[in-house]
Design a protein. Structure first.
Length: 254
């Protein structure tokens, strides 16, 4: 099977600056020793972004921001704008992560504003969507994802879609050690493709869809082999350099 995977590390609120730099040094060492076919994106906390920018030993490695605010500048205490991120050379941004939706009350309207400001910048957005266990158990998964995609991508020009990635992260699988099954992942990614094609008149077929939710070095190979999985968004298992490098190596499908 030939495909190039995207392996994204969402560090969340973990790793101080020294720890982030140490991780990067070890990652660079690993890349020098082993040829990686995947694109790797590291999402450190804000404080690590500037120090990590431009310091990867591979052109396939990128830096992303876990968050930003959609306004250009102004009285928004505690926030960082997309142009500030552009200024230090950030490549990607996560939008709509379930922790931001639930813990920080980010709603679909805000998520749509963030997507639109990100698409207007040089930074590529990764839109996270996912259902709760109750929604899955009540057969509401497709409907939930449809609503999240419809509102998150409202008023988006199909021409801009090539900048976008979707991360399907079932809420019940995030940080729980409970991964979705191969069948669940395959069929849900197919549903997402169908919804996107419906929303964008068949112009969205190549949009990469990542899977996230308790991906680790034990399940990465099996999930990565699913046809319609283009990569991973990894939380817990991205924090340990050995485990993360193992996952990167497992994603060499060429
Ligand atoms: P997890 O987190 O890998 O720890 O489940 C994934 C995520 O929240 O993106």
């Amino acid at each position: 099977m030939k495909k190039r995977m995207i392996v994204a590390a969402n560090w969340k609120m973990n790793k101080n600056l020294s720890e982030a730099i140490e991780f990067l040094e070890k990652l660079n060492f690993h890349i020098d020793e082993n040829d990686s076919q995947s694109s790797v994106i590291i999402f450190p906390p804000f404080i690590g972004l500037e120090s990590l920018a431009g310091k990867f030993n591979s052109n396939n490695f990128y830096l992303g921001s876990q968050n930003f605010y959609y306004e250009e500048s102004g009285a928004f205490t505690g926030e960082v704008s997309i142009s500030m991120l552009e200024h230090i050379g950030i490549d990607y941004a996560i939008i709509g992560h379930s922790e931001r939706r639930s813990l920080f009350y980010e709603n679909d309207n805000l998520i749509n504003k963030k997507i639109r400001s990100c698409l207007a910048s040089s930074i590529n957005p990764i839109l996270c969507i996912g259902e709760s266990l109750e929604q899955r158990d009540s057969s509401l998964t497709e409907n939930t994802l449809k609503n999240q995609l419809k509102s998150g991508l409202k008023n988006i020009d199909a021409l801009k879609l090539d900048k976008l990635m979707i991360a399907y992260e079932p809420i019940w699988a995030i940080g729980t050690g409970k991964t979705a099954t191969v069948d669940q992942i395959y069929s849900t990614h197919q549903q997402i493709k169908g919804i996107l094609n419906e929303l964008f008149n068949d112009e969205s077929h190549d949009l990469p869809i990542l899977y996230g939710g308790s991906v680790n070095d034990k399940n990465a190979k099996e999930i990565g082999m699913i046809d319609n999985v283009n990569g991973f968004l990894i939380g817990g298992a991205s924090l340990k350099i050995e485990t993360f490098c193992e996952i990167i190596d497992l994603c060499n499908f060429n």
